[in-house]
Design a protein around this ligand. Sequence first.
Ligand code: FES
Length: 131
Amino acid sequence: MIVNSAEEKEKIILPPSAIFISFKSNSHMSENWVRAAAIGDIEDEDLPQVKIDDLLIAIYNLGGTYYATSDICTHEHACLSDGSVIGGVIECPLHQGCFDIATGKAKGAPVTVDLQNYQTRIDGDNIFILR
Ligand code: FES
């Protein structure tokens, strides 16, 4: 089918399978899952620092769901793994800046720049992060 006008293009609706195939193809090409820790190493409310290559990453266990962010605060140089987890938020130990653990979003002054967060997945007894 040849589509010539913008009006005709707007009428085309892709079947869901076409969208799904495109998504899988893109994600497969860029995936780089790296083992970060064993599940048994991280108790509920533990907040370990994991070093992967040159990255310092904080791993969070929120009731059995695992999250990962950069361990370095975006305000100044402080390790968030030394901070406190309060209801899905990590509070920096240096100036008490707060970030949403699931999204890395800065929650207000003194932090204004979001944290890098990393997608996690569980495979067997291990936690992997997507770099
Ligand atoms: S270093 Fe984290 S809030 Fe200042």
